[in-house]
Design a protein around this ligand. Structure first.
Ligand code: FAD
Length: 324
């Protein structure tokens, strides 16, 4: 039986897995390299503004995930967002007729991760750099000065595929091959305060066939204020230009925005590069469980991408772990 599990990564998949394992009576420690939970479901905050710079919203289709989202709604950690949405395509704007129910974390996108992290043992600012299995026990090493002395029966990697691949090298060739088969793409993200931009007649827009693929006014989401826009580069353009400097990426995105009719004069802009934003395996496998070496993999990249896929991947891995 499994008594003690280490979960690497406090994104939505790692948090879902850790919570479910803990509720089954298993002792769980989570290790996270950044300063807080929630991973790519994230928020950038400065003194003057805040903006969701990773996931913009999420949808729920699977019955088990819908049930989970209902509990988040009740806890007030998510709300429904009903934006006035447009689509820009072939140089023309049109209304979007999408009927999706869209959810956002409240008051920030990362509030949901913070909510899920409550009651879990999580060590932040700890980057796991190596895993070693000796005598049926896992030994963890981290890049920072502190030492991880606890030993674990089982390790869950809840991190993007390229980062999982690095940790898996030499441990299990099948798992490494699966991680290497995943194609993840970058995303250049621009957070812009546009003082000279008059209010547009939409809250957010899907932009097709341009280097920008999404633009959203942050203040249109529940419990937010202010006029900061979040703008995402398209996956293909971002991936092809992943090595640009922030200045050069910003220059190209501002040119595109201007061509879309935005007034970018005197803009106050902050850029973020997500190296592994979206994508994954062509045919999702949900999660990967290797009981013999005591290893599990979960994350959006194994399950169709997106917040819903990430949560289900972590949750279902925990259920499968219970069976061994
Ligand atoms: P992550 O959130 O990446 O979590 C992994 C965690 O592991 C991170 O916190 C990371 O810091 C940590 N970590 C990595 N390596 C280590 C290590 N060695 N040691 C310790 N910790 C480590 N989804 C939607 O549903 N709707 C959207 O609109 C949407 N838009 C998006 C826009 C952008 C720009 C981005 C980047 C993503 C978007 N997504 C969207 C995708 C969504 O954010 C992800 O599918 C989901 O958040 C992934 O969760 P995860 O747990 O699989 O991975």
């Amino acid at each position: 039986a499994i008594h003690r599990v280490a979960v690497i990564g406090a994104g939505i998949s790692g948090l879902a897995c850790a919570r479910e394992l803990q509720s089954l009576g298993i002792s769980v420690d989570v290790f996270e390299k950044s300063r807080g939970p929630s991973g790519r479901m994230s928020t950038r905050r400065t003194q003057d503004w805040s903006a969701d710079h990773g996931a913009q919203y999420f949808t729920a289709r699977d019955p088990r995930f819908i049930e989970e989202v209902q509990s988040w709604l009740q806890a007030g950690t998510v709300a429904v967002w009903e934006p006035k949405l447009k689509v820009y395509e072939a140089k023309t704007w049109r209304d979007s007729h999408s009927q999706d129910i869209r959810y956002v974390g409240t008051p920030h996108m990362n509030s949901t991760g913070k909510y899920l992290a409550e009651g879990l043992s999580i060590q932040y600012e700890t980057t796991i750099s190596q895993l070693e299995r000796r005598e049926h026990q896992w030994h963890l090493q981290c890049s920072e000065a502190n030492e991880i002395t606890a030993l674990y029966d089982f390790v869950v990697l809840a991190i993007p595929a390229p980062q999982a691949s690095t940790l898996l090298k030499g441990l299990d060739s099948r798992a490494t091959d699966i991680a290497d088969a995943a194609q993840m793409k970058a995303c250049w993200t621009m957070m812009a305060h546009l003082p000279n931009q008059l209010n547009r007649d939409f809250d957010a827009a899907f932009i097709n066939q341009e280097i920008i693929s999404w633009i959203c006014q942050s203040g249109s989401k529940p419990m937010r204020q202010g006029s900061t826009w979040t703008i995402h580069g398209s996956p293909d353009w971002s991936q092809d230009h992943v090595e640009l400097s922030k200045e050069d990426a910003q220059y190209q995105m501002v040119q595109c925005l201007t061509s879309l009719g935005f007034n970018c004069e005197d803009a106050d802009i902050s850029m973020h590069r997500w190296r592994y934003a979206s994508g994954g395996l062509k045919n999702g496998i949900g999660y990967l469980l290797l009981p013999i070496i005591g290893l599990g993999l979960c994350g959006d990249w194994l399950n169709g991408g997106r917040v819903e896929g990430a949560w289900l991947s972590g949750f279902n891995l925990a259920l499968a772990l219970k069976q061994i």
